[in-house]
Design a protein around this ligand. Structure first.
Ligand code: ADP
Ligand code: MG
Length: 263
């Protein structure tokens, strides 16, 4: 599950050859409530290995809740979520196995401020995965090079720009060698001039063949990278399509309204 180079993994809908027949995530008739509030309604979603999905939709539509259910940061109440063949239940062993496969990057980078960049990247591999320190540091440097900030390894998060910190957060996640990456509005807390460097990192990850679910309002990114755009509203998947169709020929009124507001 090493972040591998996939020669056929060119981005864009014109070339879907990076898709495999393997199912990475299968969500079936899934529902979730927060107390009495029905936040996710009958979600059905199949994600293939290598597939890149952008999740869009108005604020409060359930996008964060949906991706947080995939690594059990939130619990669903009915239906099924299967990740890499493992069903997500209250069984802690399964939850642990799935969390090993799934990396997550948040809007706020959540780096440990009192640890260096390198230490942020090696902490979990060393203490959770029991990787020898030397090996963990080599892996960390590999991914810090990948996100183009190896020279920052010995600095502290507070000494880095927001864009650099977010790239560290991505590198830190990759150090756990996930097969699937979840992004929850990774650029929405960043100043405009830093958005591109983070999106470029994500584009490169896509080219490497990573299975990705990205909640983002960056529709340029969606057009360039996504195999499929999923539109959510009021806890439901209202519409999904490849980017060209999604943007040029939206089907539902809610999608049209949303696109008219953001484009
Ligand atoms: P989005 O990411 O699309 O903005 P969220 O998944 O964060 O939407 O939230 C969906 C809905 O669930 C919103 O109405 C939000 O207020 C509500 N919600 C989110 N988290 C909680 C929570 N922990 N408890 C109760 N309601 C929540
Ligand atoms: Mg959200």
């Amino acid at each position: 599950s090493e972040l591998s180079t996939n020669p056929t993994g060119a981005a864009g809908t014109a070339d879907p050859t990076h898709l495999t027949d393997q199912v990475a995530i299968q969500i079936t008739n899934m529902n979730k409530w927060y107390g009495a509030f029905h936040v996710l309604r009958d979600i059905n979603l199949t994600v293939r290995e290598g597939e890149r999905i952008v999740i869009a939709g108005p604020s409060g539509s359930g996008k964060s809740t949906l991706i947080r259910c995939i690594n059990r940061l939130e619990e669903h109440q009915s239906g099924q979520i299967v990740v890499d063949g493992i069903e997500l239940t209250s069984d802690l062993k399964n939850i642990d196995k799935i969390r090993r496969e799934v990396g997550m990057v948040f809007q706020h980078f959540n780096l440990f401020p009192h640890l260096t960049i390198l230490e942020n990247c090696t902490l979990a591999p060393i203490w959770v995965r029991k990787v020898p320190r030397r090996e963990a540091e080599e892996t960390a440097m590999h991914f810090l090079e990948k996100v183009k900030i190896p020279e920052q390894a010995n600095k502290y998060p507070g000494q880095l720009s927001g864009g650099q910190q977010q790239r560290v957060a991505i590198a830190r996640s990759l150090c756990m060698k996930p097969r699937i990456m979840l992004f929850d509005e990774p650029t929405s807390a960043l100043d405009p001039e830093m958005i591109k460097e983070v999106l470029d990192t994500m584009i490169e990850l896509a080219h490497d063949g990573m299975t990705m679910l990205c909640v983002t309002h960056e529709m340029g990114f969606a057009r360039q990278v996504a195999d499929r755009v999923i539109f959510m509203d009021q806890g439901q998947i209202v519409e999904q399509n490849e980017p060209e169709e999604f943007f040029n020929n939206p089907q539902s009124e809610r999608t049209k309204l949303f696109l008219s507001q953001i484009l």
